[in-house]
Each structure stands twice: as structure tokens, then as C-alpha cells.
Design a protein around this ligand. Sequence first.
Ligand SMILES: Cc1cc2nc3c(=O)[nH]c(=O)nc-3n(C[C@H](O)[C@H](O)[C@H](O)COP(=O)(O)OP(=O)(O)OC[C@H]3O[C@@H](n4cnc5c(N)ncnc54)[C@H](O)[C@@H]3O)c2cc1C
Length: 379
Amino acid sequence: MRILVLGAGFGGLELTTRLSDVLGDDADIVLIDKADGFVFGFSKLDVMFGRTVPEAVRHPYRDLVKPGVRFVQSTIRSIDPAARRVETDAGAFESDVLVVALGADLDPAATPGLVEAGREFYTVDGGFAARDVLASFGGGRVVIGVTSTPFKCPPAPSETALMLHDYLVQRGLRDASEISLVMPLGAPIPPSPAASEWLLAAFAERGIGWHPEKLVRSLDPERRVAVLADGGEMPFDLFLGVPVHRVPAVVAESGMCVDGWIPVDPLTLETAYPDVYAIGDVTSVGTPKAGVFSERQASVVADALLGRHGRGAASTYDGKGICYIEFGHDRVARVEVTFRSGERPNGQFDEPSDLLLADKAEFGTSRIRRWFGRDWTAY
Ligand SMILES: Cc1cc2nc3c(=O)[nH]c(=O)nc-3n(C[C@H](O)[C@H](O)[C@H](O)COP(=O)(O)OP(=O)(O)OC[C@H]3O[C@@H](n4cnc5c(N)ncnc54)[C@H](O)[C@@H]3O)c2cc1C
């Protein structure tokens, strides 16, 4: 069975690792990604706030040595889901089973004024570049704003506000600064009222302005104001933006999307095309766009494919995920959430502590050990 996995992010790495671990050299897997390495989403914030350096958080794909897996670094130019065939800069690839794990692309240019007057911090390059912008920031009004829904890792803008507070305190600039957080959600983490309450209390304690149920539509570079969807305006000296998310162009052009994302069976991750699966941020499966969900979906697809090799039983997707939330002051909280189709999501919250910082570090360390076979410490 020739398996073609598109995208070596959270989903693609987990899937190929699971398959290789069980099938070894019996596996016939090609994994394609245009990037030269993997970076955790949370590492972007760590670099941005000077906790670490870019070289320490990039995990090169050249270190991927898995029996039965061939990694190809190339840009995918077209996907034919009916034929399970793709065209890339490195040639064409055909498969018996195709798995699309290409994530969500970010489009800063879709928000007028963002590229000219603001800073996006959601791409790897944007997050790393924000480090220098913050390092030369002399204090003033900072607006952290979301420009569309859905967006990856819904807690990340709240974490950014809290980490920014600590950063500005450390640099003696907090008294000369204002921090405002503009979010389209009614609460920082809607499925977990307890996490939301803790976050709102932390914002209040630190004087962080919380602006719920609002979206930033554009920035006016001349007046340096963020224009909101409801017509309101917020002046800024530094705008840190979460850009518009969409599927990569190659996915949009494949004809697989409905309302912008790939629909899948929420239990099996199968698409409308036979033997074509989609996992993670590229889908509209109903979970938030976060790595932990992509990873668990990958596991369900791995079970299905291993079952077809006569190696284990198929499983169904349960919508569970654990998110770590940075609260600043070196403390981290944890939310365990379950999103099941047709049910209200529910979450279990563990209060911020320094012990959970160690848990979060282990989350990263264990993935790098499993996926890349090497040691790495996040903190
Ligand atoms: C600031 C920030 C903090 C975050 N923190 C967390 C966190 O703490 N926990 C968590 O679970 N999630 C977090 N996330 C979210 C997480 O990073 C994503 O949701 C996750 O990576 C999605 O996994 P995926 O496998 O669906 O796609 P991705 O990991 O995005 O992988 C998609 C891959 O496809 C490749 N690709 C795309 N188009 C092409 C093409 N045409 N040709 C070839 N390759 C292509 C890309 O290079 C990429 O490697 C965070 C995100 C951000 C921005």
C-alpha cells in the first residue's frame, strides 16, 4: 500500500511515526513538505519574548530517519484527490492512500494595512521577526488583535498578552505601555469557563484591556488606528496581529473544500474521495485548530491503515485534546477539552503552576523524541 502524506506538521509527523513504528521497512510512505524543518506553535512565542533563539526551536527534517518513510522536501503544486496523485517541484507522486495534512495558511495581506502598519506573529518568520520589533519597542499602546475566524490555538492571543506584560515589566516599560486584546470570542476559552475566568482575572490584575466579540478588519497606517468590524477604532503604537487563516492554495484548487475547509467524517477523517483522508487544521472537523487535535486525528488514520495491514483494530476520533496555557510569571495552566460532533464541548481545567510548565516542556520533548529520535528541551 503506497501511502502519500502531504504536510509534515503535527498531523503528518505523528501519522508517519505511528505507521513506521509498527510496519518498519514494510511501510511504503512518502512524506512531502516544502519547509526544511518543523517548529512548534508555542516556540514562536518563546522566540518572540526572548526565552530562546530561532536555531534552538527549528527541528530539521533532514533528521527524520524512519524505516519505510521517505521525506521529500518540495512544494506541492496540485492535488488530484480522485486519482490520489500530486504534482510537486520534485515530480509527480501516486498513491493508494492519500492523507492531506497541509494545515492552515496565513494571509496577512488579506487585512488592509496589516503588512504596512502592523506585525503578524503567527507565521514562523513573523513570530521570529517580532522578537526584534519588541526588543526595540520603547513603550506605548500595544493592540493584540484577531482578524478572522477560525484561527489557530485560540488561547495563543491571551498567552501573548500575558507574556507581553511580563516582558514589558522586565524591561521597565510596563508603566509607559497599554496592552489591549481584541478577540472575536465572548470568553478567552469558551469551552472552559474556569480557564476563561482565570484568564480574565489575570488580565484585570495586570491591567490588560479585554475586548471580546470584536474583530479587527483593517489598520489605517497613517492614523495608526485599528478599525474594528463594528466600526470602532483603537489607536496603537504597536499592532500584533493574528492574520486571516485559509487552506493552502493547492488545497483550495483541488476541489476538496466546502466553505473553505475540507469536510471529513468526524469519526474516521475520511473525505468524500475513496482512500483520501484529511487531518488537522486543513479540515472542518469541528475541533479548534491546534496541534494536539491534528495529532490525535493522525492516530485514528494510523489505526485505520494499520488495520488494513492486519496490524491492530480501527478506532474512532473522540475529539479530545490537552492545551497548555502560558500565564506569565513562569506558570502554565492546562485545559483538557472534548469536542464531540453534536455535543457541547466540555473542558477540565488545572490551575496555573510551575509544575505544569514542566509538563508542557515534556509535551514538546516527547514529540521531538518520538518524531525525530533525538533529545530536545523546550525550557
Ligand atoms: C503562536 C501559536 C501558538 C500555538 N500553540 C499551540 C500549542 O501550544 N498547542 C497546540 O496544540 N497547538 C498550538 N498551535 C497550533 C498549531 O501550531 C497548529 O494547529 C498545528 O501545527 C496544526 O497541525 P497540522 O498538522 O494540521 O498542520 P501544520 O502543523 O501547520 O503542518 C502543515 C504543513 O504543511 C506544509 N505545507 C503547506 N502547504 C504546502 C505545500 N503547498 N507544499 C508542501 N508543503 C506544504 C507546511 O510547510 C507545514 O509543515 C499554535 C499556533 C500558533 C500560531
